[in-house]
Write a protein of this length. Structure first.
Length: 364
């Protein structure tokens, strides 16, 4: 029979070995092993919407030039012009390409020493792949309500742009079946440049400088900046951010900061602005959260008139609040010139009423 001392020694040895084994397991386990979960197939599919130049990722669908024209007039013309030629808000989409460019696949207006075919470079001059048009419109347009177009509406919108550039005829129907053939008629399809150093592991880049990362001899200095009097020339940039994606705009009504804010403070400010648009919240934050300030400044015109201009124009008008609510929700044209105000059906009735009351009171 084993002595009590021997039994104690064996028990202690087993306990010690067990402790070592458990410690080894914990040492090999990543500290985040029990955080989160793998994305489901449905979640991945919802994000994986890009369309490649070989058209992988392109959904099935079809849209005619006439359908695209309807979508364009309703949701695109206010920023790009009826025929994609306007540069009042953004760079023109159509212009500067010729039938000869469609034949050669190289826009002559982009060739060094070539003819000047447009006052400025347009989208159709530069874009090489029709998939780029489809993908960008699908993900980012319309400006004030991205990712709301159906695949057929995107096909139609792309078809309308291509028709304006003489790539396809007026009765054309663009689809996932024939888009590869249309690619063969893109005016600048041969305009892409293959920069070998970016693709080869052993390639040499064109930048020779060596960045100093530690104990640098010379401190970097800012040699160009926007003067204080010009910071607010186009209205408060912070209020003109899109509601989609991270907010990066600075509050240009305030002097430039001497240093960058902490990440946590910046994130907290974004949350405060987003929450301020709720019931009883700051109307200016409500305007920003609904993308109104992308086109309207408080005291200055951007695309449309400033809110104070609207208040002054309609001061004393009967049933002004109801009138303004209708304009916000349904849109209008001709009141402030050629650029129409697109309808904003996504704005709730309560939000539209709060905005209308604020404007009717003087937009201060």
């Amino acid at each position: 029979m084993k002595s009590l001392f021997t039994l104690f020694r064996q028990t202690a040895l087993v306990a010690a070995l067990s402790a070592v084994a458990v410690g080894a397991v914990h040492a090999q386990t990543k500290p985040w092993h029990n955080m989160g979960r793998d994305a489901t197939a449905a979640e991945v599919k919802a994000w994986d919407i890009d369309v490649r130049p070989d058209f992988k990722g392109l959904p099935k669908g079809a849209g005619s030039v006439s359908l695209g024209e309807q979508v364009w007039v309703a949701k695109c013309a206010s920023c790009h012009g009826d025929f994609g030629e306007s540069n009042e808000v953004f760079t023109p989409i159509v212009g500067g390409t010729t039938k000869k460019d469609i034949e050669t696949g190289r826009v002559a207006g982009l060739v060094e020493g070539g003819p000047v075919t447009a006052p400025q470079k347009t989208t159709m001059m530069k874009v090489a792949t029709v998939s780029t048009l489809w993908d960008y419109i699908n993900r980012a347009m319309p400006w004030n309500n991205p990712k709301t177009l159906t695949p057929d509406e995107v096909f139609g919108t792309v078809a309308y742009i291509l028709h304006l550039a003489d790539v396809v005829p007026a009765d054309f129907v663009l689809s996932d079946k024939n888009i590869a053939e249309v690619q063969k008629r893109m005016p600048n399809r041969n305009g892409m440049v293959f920069f070998e150093p970016m693709w080869r592991v052993d390639g040499k880049g064109d930048v020779k400088n060596v960045a100093c990362m530690k104990d640098c001899a010379v401190d970097p200095k800012v040699r160009s900046f926007l003067p204080d009097f010009a910071r607010d020339a186009h209205g408060n940039i912070q209020q003109q951010n899109r509601v989609i994606g991270p907010v990066r705009g600075a509050d240009t009504t305030q002097p430039a900061p001497k240093s960058l804010p902490a990440a946590g403070a910046a994130a907290a400010a974004v949350v405060v602005v987003a929450q301020a648009g709720g019931a009883g919240g700051d109307v200016k934050a409500l305007l920003a959260s609904n993308s109104c300030t992308a086109c309207h400044g408080i005291k200055n015109k951007i695309v449309g008139p400033g809110f104070n201009e609207i208040a002054a124009k309609h001061k004393g008008k009967a049933n002004l609040e109801a009138y303004l609510v209708a304009k916000i929700k349904e849109g209008s044209a001709g009141v402030w010139g050629a650029i129409p105000m697109p309808a904003q059906p996504q704005v709730s009735d309560s939000a539209a009423k709060a905005m209308a009351q604020w404007i009717a009171a003087g937009a201060q």
